[in-house]
Design a protein around this ligand. Structure first.
Ligand SMILES: O=P(O)(O)OC[C@H]1O[C@H](O)[C@H](O)[C@@H](O)[C@@H]1O
Length: 297
């Protein structure tokens, strides 16, 4: 049975390998586990709220319609950090393909978290498609503006928590030469470092990274994860390190920052402005590719 649904979640199992699975909580349509041949690829806090009481700390939370906390936009500034997609219960729409197993979830204003839609009352239709390949996981989003008169203005981001053995000997490649906004230093510059390494809290947004750049998480010369993007020009790299993870009640174990890194493909430097009746599509593909060190174009 490649698709199992319960009241709160959906589980996909790959037909060629029962140990290749993906588990999605209907709350936030949050992928919280992806195993490849029995190996978990995502990080999930042991204190993550799995009961819909708050966004899941780990897996792939969905960020819409705003990344971060907006202070300037009249409508978006009313929403909490990262918006309403990750704290609304999505509708399971069913299976669209049996191999690779592919399913869809939907969210719109009528079923979204009412605490949120009373703050931000724009019309929207979201369809999330999750495809479990034999050696990849694809998450794709389609955003429709059903309004007949108003533009829809939004950010989108996949807030992906990747599992790693040890942050201190992990590096991120193929972002060299890109403009980066360091949210902690509050400054922007061209990153000339050949790779990103981690020695402290890291919270950076690589802007307009060409899609040819495959972001790789590399340890001791071996690529642990490869992230490919379609229509998601920005890449956030985040690790909370000791103090920040110490201050997050739902981040456990406190040493967990050593075993995770967030690589977050998104459209966050600017807003998408979607005209009435139009649709916008984007996706990420997580896979285990061979090492691919890309020169600066
Ligand atoms: O705690 P959350 O609302 O899930 O946000 C967790 C993190 O998300 C992104 O990575 C942001 O760049 C960080 O600034 C933020 O701390």
């Amino acid at each position: 049975m490649s698709v199992q649904e319960t009241e709160t979640e959906v589980i996909l199992t790959h037909p060629d390998n029962k140990a290749t699975t993906v588990k999605i909580l209907k709350y936030g349509a949050t992928v919280y586990s992806w195993t490849l041949a029995g190996q978990e690829q995502l990080w999930l806090s042991t204190a993550a709220h799995m009961d819909g009481s708050k966004p899941v700390r780990g897996g792939i939370p969905l960020v819409f319609p705003v990344f971060g906390k907006n202070e300037t936009d009249e409508l978006l500034s009313k929403l909490p950090q990262h918006g309403l997609a990750r704290n609304s219960t999505w509708e399971f729409l069913g299976q669209t393909k049996s191999n690779p197993p592919t399913i869809q979830f939907g969210l719109n204003k009528n079923i979204a978290n009412p605490e949120m839609t009373k703050l931000w009352s724009e019309e929207f239709n979201l369809i999330l498609t999750i495809e479990l390949g034999a050696d990849f996981l694809k998450t794709a989003i389609e955003i429709e503006n059903p309004s007949t008169s108003k533009d829809l203005k939004f950010n989108w981001l996949f807030h992906t928590y990747l599992r790693i053995p040890d942050i201190e000997d992990t590096m991120i490649s193929n972002l060299v030469g890109m403009k980066v906004h360091d949210k902690l230093l509050q400054e922007a510059f061209i990153d000339k470092h050949p790779v990103i390494q981690f020695h402290q809290e890291t919270d950076v947004v690589y802007e307009k990274v060409t899609e040819e750049r495959v972001v790789q998480v590399v340890r001791q010369g071996h690529p642990l994860h490869t992230v490919k993007r379609d229509n998601l020009p920005d890449v956030v790299v985040w690790n909370p390190w000791t103090e920040k993870s110490g201050n997050m009640a739902d981040f456990e174990p406190k040493s967990g920052f050593k075993e995770m890194v967030c690589i977050e493909p998104g459209y966050v430097t600017d807003f998408v402005t979607l005209q009435p009746g139009k649709k916008w599509n984007a996706s990420q593909i997580l896979s285990k590719d061979k090492l691919k060190y890309q020169a600066i174009q």
